[in-house]
Design a protein around this ligand. Sequence first.
Ligand code: HAM
Length: 451
Amino acid sequence: MANMIKAPRGTQDVLGNESYQWQFIENIALETAKLYGFEEIRTPTFEDMALFKRSVGDTTDVVQKEMYQVQAEKGKELYGLRPEGTAGAVRAIIQNGLLNETLPLKICYLISCFRHERPQAGRYREFHQFGVEMFGSASPSADVEVICLAHHLFERMGLKEIQLYINSIGCPTCRAKYQKALKAYFEGYRERLCGTCLERLERNPMRILDCKSPECAEIAKDAPLMLHYLCEDCKQHFEGVQERLKAVGISYQINPKIVRGLDYYTKTVFEFVSNDLGAQSTVCGGGRYDGLVEQMGGASTPGLGFGIGLERLLLILKAQGIEIPKPAPCDLYLASIGEQAQIKACSLAEQLRQEGFRVECDLMNRSIKAQMKYANKIGANMSMVLGESELETGKANLKLMKTGEQHEIAFEQDLCRTIYDYNLNEVANALEHQFGDEQLANLFRNAKRED
Ligand code: HAM
């Protein structure tokens, strides 16, 4: 073990006993997105560095300090491991001409992202996002549809007490005035700002607002707020968003301090925050980016979206004690004694799997005692032992692992039917005990008898 190579800091292995939790949230995310008409896309893990510089912004922390850069060949151009999904999504839709089709265009993605940040609870160097992006609509209804999607998704997972904060960070017209005011404010603190922020002061003073250095954050506390500089169009849009949020019944608070750490945003920005996350409390961040498509070489097209951090989502589910349904256990363990029985078990298991049952058999040449121990360990519902005499008679004892009850059955003819009946019975019991629905439970029981 001393020489063992470990996983890089800030990364995590997801093992078999956890992957079902990922599958659960990923399925809910994709299913919820479908209700709103979003289709999944998949884009490369690495892209040209220039893509991230131009979209996320070369004065952001994400690009300046946190990018993983890869050089495939000496002297050749640099690639960046994606720190987020919007840049790649925008590149893909422009490159593939998707904006020429019917608008709005709605896409979503499940991706891994990479940021060289200091790892801590809820903050990793490789993390995963579920993101959605919508293109073509400038209406505040689009902002609210995207917010509704995130809200709906959290609701379907059973999450409680997730707060929505919204803000508007204006458009290039009103932003110019605001940047001027910010510059004047930060000029007064020149000697206390970090080196990166001194450069930002010249190029993009707004980025000082999300600098992680404690000194810069302290200075930023009293900086002017963008909300006070909105032009009439941006003000109206923000009011339109609020009116619609009220109409759909999603509660929100305005937080004028949200500026987001990425350069492409215009107008609405929003974050969903949970108190169950500690310092890294934002589980979802998003907003509008009406200038991005044009800036990336496409036709002028409004856009908006959000990204949800999946590790953070799982942390909240855990903290709130929300149980993720475990995958159904093995239906049948087919034990065998001797080579001929092992061959029979192997073929019978495959036949049953073709019928959709979860079946395992011995692959380790274990003793019968060890095989039964294994059947217990994997939580098999039933087991059956095949040996010489069972092969001769075609009959074997089927054991219900929960009760130890055994029935002799002709395994070639009746095994499939017996497992099916057992599963129906389990569903009926669950309906009766968990939901008190005796009528429905009996329907399941009778279905078994009639068929
Ligand atoms: P973001 O706010 O940078 O936005 O990231 C979205 C979410 O990803 C965060 O709210 C958080 O849950 C998760 N996240 C970010 N960094 C980390 C990390 N180091 N470790 C764990 N989780 C993390 C975006 O990425 C935008 N592309 C969202 C968007 C899409 N805006 C419009 N469309």
